[in-house]
Each structure stands twice: as C-alpha cells, then as structure tokens.
Ligand binder design. Structure first.
Ligand code: GAL
Length: 327
C-alpha cells in the first residue's frame, strides 16, 4: 500500500513538473523560487572566441540570479554540424525551455530554426553569426545580438594605414598582402576580408592581393596557410590580414619560422583581442587587433533573453561596437 501511494505521488509530481515546464516563458516555480530554463547552442566549442563568449553567458546569468529567480542554462556543442544543432533545438523545445540563445552553425539555416521556435512560441536570440537573408528572423520574438563586421574590417585596414609607412614594409610603393579568412559563409569573414582592404584603398594606398584562403578561424590552419604564403611569395609579403586572432596566432608562428620580424619587415593583424594577442600587440610581435567584445555581446544577449522571458520586446538587431587595439 505504502509503495502504491509513493508511486502515485511520484506520478503526480512528474505530471505537475511537466505542466509548468510546457507553459513556456513562465519558468517553473517551487517553494517560492522560479527557475527559467535557457537552451544555448554554440556552433562549436572548439573556437577560442566562442569559448570566452559562452563562459561569459553562463557567469552573467549566474550573476543575475536572486533569492527567488534562478536560471538553468543548458549549453550544447553543435560540433559545427547544422543537423546536430537542429536536433538540439528540437530537444530544447520538447523540454519546454523559456528562451533559446543560438550561435548558428550556418546562418543560412536561420529560417528553419526560427520556424521551430515560432511554432513552439519560444523566443530566440541569435548571436555571433548574423542572419543576412532579406526576410531574416520572421518572428516577433526573434532578434540578433552581434557586432558590425564591416567595422572590424575597417579597423584592421586603418591599423595598417596608420603606420608611418602605411604598411608598405619593403617600400616598393604597393602594399602586398596575404588574406587568411574564416569560413566564407560567415558574414564576419566576408566583411572583414572586404573592408580591411577597402580601408587602405579608400586612403589612396596601392594594394595587391598575393594570396587568399580560408582557415576557418583555426590556429593550426592559420599557421599552415601563412607558412605556405610566405614560402610562395617570400619578401614581397608586406601584410598578413587574418579574419581572427586564432588564425593570427598561427600566422605569427609561421612568420617567426620564416625569419621575418613583425613591425620591421612585415605586419600582422587579427580580430578578437584574445588576451595573449593583446600581450603580443604590447610587445610588438603583432601589429594590432580589434576588440570583439565578448563581454558586451554576451551580456547584451542575456539581457535580451531575459526581456523576452519577462514578456518585453527587443529591437531586431542589437549591435555592440568593436574597438581598435594597438600598442
Ligand atoms: C567571429 C570571431 C571568430 C570566430 C567566429 C565564429 O566573430 O572573430 O574568432 O569565433 O566569430 O563565428
């Protein structure tokens, strides 16, 4: 008999937890404490910048907790696989999360993810990879938090153009450059590539592209590509532009191995302002970088998610500024 009562109690408890979970946006209240569930999917964990970003999402949520409000934040690794990410979103929605924060694997798949969220009436905050389609985020409770990739590219170009010799390391009148790109589907990679060079051209500086290849934001690939470009084009390379600091760290190793010296016979710029790169900028082994403000962006994304939880609205696109980092 006792066993039966216990089983019935378990069933009732499980049922009531299920009910409050499925109400979406209302959290689960127990003993006067409301817990909101947040589903976060990051395009891949093995990415320097997104690691800082996702850790800050978690610690910022924690810092906003009170005696009566808690956040249960479930952060998943999409392993650079769009199908995997779509499954993660399905299971977050089945669990009845209150809000989603999504760093898309492919920004072109945004419509599919938004349709899932809209159908389940769960708000979604996109981060880092901006959905660029004309009709993007077709849902009143969907928004994007990020930074203007054109600005980061422009700052990279300006860092070079503001050097006394305007980046023309060998003084032959033309800035010859190597471009190491992130993944080309990503607007950050496209605009940083385009606008870094545009900033030089706009200042009337003659440029020539020697080499351009994708390194997918990855340090080892950055090193490989820079080594191959330096082997191919030798002393004529004046500047190595990298779409991020991860790849610039790799390029810095390749530059040292090729017996070239940053600041003397070659220049090197990245984006993100990883701590170790900021140190290198200070000691001159990197020409400059651009702060990709993971703290500002993660806090803004979390604030937007909490506004949705509290039935408030957000602007469709919320932008955080980049900043130049030079010695
Ligand atoms: C960029 C960042 C890169 C990489 C990429 C992932 O904004 O600069 O380092 O994290 O996002 O989408």
């Amino acid at each position: 008999m006792k066993k039966l009562i216990a089983l019935a109690l378990v069933a009732i408890l499980a049922f009531s937890a299920g009910c409050s979970g499925s109400s979406g946006g209302k959290g689960v209240t127990k003993d006067g404490v409301t817990t909101y569930r947040v589903g976060v999917s990051i395009y891949k964990f093995d990415d320097n910048f997104m690691t800082l970003y996702r850790n800050e999402i978690q610690s910022y949520f924690k810092s906003l907790e009170t005696a009566t409000v808690k956040y249960q934040v479930n952060v998943q690794d999409a392993k650079n696989d769009m199908a995997e990410q779509a499954n993660q979103v399905d299971s977050f929605l089945a669990q009845g999360v209150d809000v989603l924060i999504i760093n898309l694997v492919q920004s072109s798949s945004e419509a599919t993810i938004t349709a899932k969220a809209k159908n389940a009436k769960v708000p979604v905050v996109y981060i880092n990879r901006e959905p660029m389609e004309a009709n993007a985020m077709d849902y009143e409770s969907a928004c994007y938090v990020g930074a203007d990739a054109k600005q980061s590219g422009t700052y990279q170009g300006e860092i070079i153009a503001e050097l006394p010799n305007k980046g023309d390391a060998d003084g032959d009148g033309t800035v010859r450059y190597v471009m190491i790109m992130g993944d080309p589907e990503n607007v950050d990679a496209q605009y940083r590539t385009e606008y870094s060079v545009k900033a030089l051209v706009d200042k009337g500086i003659a440029v020539e592209e020697l080499f351009k290849q994708r390194g997918d934001w990855d340090q080892a690939k950055g090193q490989e590509l820079a080594a191959s470009a330096l082997a191919q084009f030798g002393a004529s390379v004046d500047v190595v532009f990298c779409n991020n600091d991860g790849m610039a760290l790799g390029a810095a190793q390749a530059i040292a191995s090729a017996n070239r010296t940053v600041g003397k016979d070659i220049y090197l710029v990245g984006v993100d302002a990883l701590d170790e790169v900021v140190e290198m900028v200070k000691n001159g082994t990197m020409t400059g970088t651009v702060l990709n403000d993971h703290i500002g962006q993660s806090h803004t994304a979390v604030d937007a998610a909490i506004k949705y939880i509290n039935s408030q609205t957000n602007d469709k696109r919320i932008m955080v500024n980049y900043q130049k980092v030079v010695a």
